[in-house]
Design a protein around this ligand. Structure first.
Ligand SMILES: *[C@@H]1O[C@H](CO)[C@@H](O)[C@H](O)[C@H]1NC(C)=O
Length: 217
């Protein structure tokens, strides 16, 4: 009985520790506008002097402007995170605008530090994410203007413009710095490259196919 009690306490302690550590902390002050020039090493960015904080530290203009989708995938992400708005530092939130050419895709990727909620402003998007192994369940839906959809933290997800016109989406992310890991870029476009024979075996294809994929990224 005592053992069981200890065990359940231990589990509770571990759960508590990881929930606290795995997400961006609640601020202990009103704000902490990032000072990218500071040599201080903290989890996030050091705060700049309160006296020099101004409205523009909390501002970004230009989200009405379409991104240039003339590229191989036919989409463009315009980020609005702590790199664009220093006032987002420590606040655990950010934004992106995504533009899609007709039939363009935002290729499969994950955000290591954020859940995402996306809303369609224009057009029709087929979106999806895949649950972790061993299920690898593909959860997908077609979204029209005004719809919103959630991509849970860490899961591989994508969007596909399934209309003849341009599409536009805005997404909010639960991190000041969500990060992005593009599936193809990470695996086939790493620097230095992952050995071609490793990729051939991993993807169960001929080495020439793996080399071809590497040549694209
Ligand atoms: C969009 O990007 C393409 C490819 O990089 C470039 O050729 C084109 O000039 C860009 N268009 C605008 C309006 O910037």
């Amino acid at each position: 009985m005592a053992k069981q009690f200890l065990l359940s306490n231990l589990i509770a302690a571990i759960t508590f520790c990881c929930v606290v550590l795995a997400f961006e902390p609640s601020p202990l002050q009103d704000f902490c506008v990032a000072d990218p020039a500071s040599p201080a090493r903290v989890n996030g960015l050091a705060c700049k002097d309160l006296k020099s904080v101004k409205a523009d530290d909390f501002f970004f203009g230009g989200l009405h402007l379409a991104g240039n989708t003339t590229n191989a995938v036919g989409s463009k992400v315009t980020p609005v995170n702590v790199a664009q708005i220093p006032g987002l530092n420590t606040l655990g939130i950010s934004l992106v605008r995504v533009d899609y050419a007709p039939w363009g895709i935002n290729p499969p990727h994950t955000h290591p530090r954020a859940t995402e909620i996306l809303t369609v402003l224009e057009g029709t998007l087929q979106v999806g994410f895949v649950t972790s192994s061993p299920e690898n369940r593909h959860i997908t839906k077609v979204l029209k203007k005004g719809d919103a959809f959630v991509f849970p933290i860490g899961l591989v997800h994508y969007q596909h413009n399934v209309g003849y016109g341009n599409a536009v989406a805005i997404a909010a992310l639960s991190s000041q710095n969500p990060g992005v890991i593009g599936m193809a870029n990470a695996v086939f476009g790493s620097d230095p490259a992952i050995a071609t024979d490793v990729l051939a075996k991993a993807f169960q294809v001929d080495e020439s196919v793996a080399a071809l994929m590497q040549s694209k990224f």
